[in-house]
Design a protein around this ligand. Sequence first.
Ligand SMILES: N[C@@H](CCC(=O)N[C@@H](CS)C(=O)NCC(=O)O)C(=O)O
Length: 222
Amino acid sequence: MLKLVSHPLCPYVQRAAIVAAEKSIPLERVTIDLANRPDWFLRASPNGKVPLLLVDGAVLFESAVIAEYLDDISEGSLLPADPLRRAGHRAWIEFASATLADIGALYSAVDEASFEAVRLALIARFQRVDRIVAGPWFSGGTFSLVDAAFAPVFRYLDAFETLAALRLADALTRVSSWRCGLRARQSVRQAVAPEFPALLADFLARRNSYLSGLIGRTARAA
Ligand SMILES: N[C@@H](CCC(=O)N[C@@H](CS)C(=O)NCC(=O)O)C(=O)O
């Protein structure tokens, strides 16, 4: 049994969980506390980060690599066969990772000016994605590793809308319809526990950031 070392809120862990579900690969999840990382984890994880995939005594790290490994060991492929298109998909997975980094900067920004700068950068990212997404999935009719990489990004967008009426990609028709499809997909829904929205809301509200303030004001206004 493969073991996925996880944290309940980690978007990178979700990518691995989505791919495992898409490829019907059983995974045991081992959840750790990132605020109090166990010694065995610090010894195993070169960057001190989740996810890790434990495979027969080997340790894989980096979510994009773990996702490709899970894809490689199972039937069919969630990457295109053509080398140029395959490279293009990997590039968009990198873009999704950079978008997650911007989302981290957004919810950590302490003042309005830095929050606004990241908010505009994120809107520009989603506008760029909107120009290339084919629908219903990233590159057309086949769900791919790019879809698995973006699903956790859109889960944050859903939370930002609900908690702070913050809309980063609303007017973008292709992104909106892609988001809807991903939100409804079983592998994506099952990648987090039922308590995920409440845990994320609590994490964002306690961050002492500009967004935490917005969340508080939105709750008081409701
Ligand atoms: N590039 C890594 C990023 C993983 C990452 O940032 N994980 C976060 C949790 S979502 C983490 O473990 N952070 C712990 C830390 O930085 O100390 C990947 O794609 O796997």
